[in-house]
Design a protein around this ligand. Sequence first.
Ligand SMILES: [Fe+2]
Length: 429
Amino acid sequence: MTAEASASMAPDGRVHDREAWLARFEAVRRESLRLAQPLSAEDQQIQSMPDVSPTKWHLAHVTWFFETFLLQPHLAGYAPFDPAFGYLFNSYYEQVGERHPRPQRGLLSRPALGQVLAYRGHVDAAMAQLIAEAPEPAWPALAPLVELGLHHEQQHQELILMDIKHVFWTNPLLPAYAPAPREAPGRAAPQEWLDFDGGLTQVGHDGPQFAFDNEGPRHKVWIEPYRLASRLSTCGEYLEFIDDGGYRRPELWLSDGWAAVGREGWTCPLYWLQGEAGREIFTLAGVKPLDPAEPVSHLSYYEADAFARWSGARLPTEAEWEAASSAAPACGNLGGQRRLHPAPAEGRGLRQMIGDLWEWTQSPYAAYPRYRAPDGAVGEYNGKFMSGQMVLRGGCAATPEGHIRPTYRNFFPPAARWAFSGVRLAADA
Ligand SMILES: [Fe+2]
C-alpha cells in the first residue's frame, strides 16, 4: 500500500473523522477476539505444521503490527508492553529486526494467553489515544497505516480459521470449532460455459478506496476471447476425476505436481475421510458426509491444474478472472455468514466469484507493470514474496466482510492445500 494511494481513505470516506476511525478500529479488534472465543488456551497454543501459526500468536502478532508501525514511532511517550515481544511477534520484517523462527511459534507457552490479551488491551488503549490525539497535520500520514493495520488484522482473522482447522485435523478427536446448521445435501446449479469477448481491457486497483500495494498500478492487458465456468467445480465432479484414476495418471500433472503426489501420497483433497458409510469431509463444524453438490475445497494448485486438464479445460488467468468479475453479483458466501464452508451454487449466470472459495488462477504472483514496493519496512508486506507462488482470487467463506474485492490478489505456493482454495474451469473461446 502506498501512502499516495490511500491518504484520502477513511472508513466513511472522510479522513479526519477520528470517531469513525476509532469505531472501525475497535470493531476489527473485537472480531479477532470473537473468533478466538470458542477456543481454549490449549487450542490457541498449537502449531500443527510450519505454515500454521497458533491462534495466540496471531492475536499477538497483529497487535505487534500496531505497536511497531504506529505507536512506537508516532505516539509520544509510548512505553512498549514488553520489549521482548518485538522478537517473538515479528513475522517476517527484516528491517524491524531479528525474530523467533516461524516453525517454533507453537513452542511459546509463555507469554500465556492472559498476557497476550493484556498486551492487546495495552495497545488498544494507546491506539485509541493516538487516533484521538494525533495532531491534525500528522494524521493524513498515519491514517493509511491504521488502515493497513486493520486490513492486516482481517487477513489474520482468516488465517486464524484456516490454521485452527488444520490444528483440529491433526487431533484424532477431530473436534469442531463451532457448530454450523446441519443442512440436507444440496443441489448445485448445472455448470454452464459463459463466453467473454476478450480484447484490450484494464485490470488492477485504482481510486481512493483501500487496496494492497500489489493490486496496482491499474494497467492495460490484452485478453483473447475465453470462456469461464458459471460456478466452482464440485466435490461430485472431483470424485469423477478421482474415480477415473486422476491421482494415478502422470499425463494429467505438471512435473512438480506429479512429484508432490508421490512425495505427499495424495489420493484426494485435504480434509477428506473414508467413513464406514462412505466419504466424509472434515469442516470447522466437524465431520460430515461429503456433499457432491458443494464446491471442492482445499486443493493445491497442482490438483486444480490436473483436474482442469482432465476436464478438457484449464485454469483462468487472473486478468480473465478480474475482467469477468464485473459480470457477477457482488457477494457470495463470506465469513460474516458464519458458515465457514462453501455452499452449493444456486441460480444461473456467473456465480461464486466473490466468496465460497479462493480460486486458483494460472497466473504466477508477480509485480504489475510499474509496481514499486513502498519504502521502509511496510514495503516488505507484499513485494518480497513475488516468486514461486500462484495467484488466487475472490475470497472464501472465512474471509471477513469488507475484506475482499475483484482486484484482491491472494497468493500461495503451488503445493499448499490448507487455504480455502477451489477451482473454476476456464477455456479458450
Ligand atoms: Fe502478518
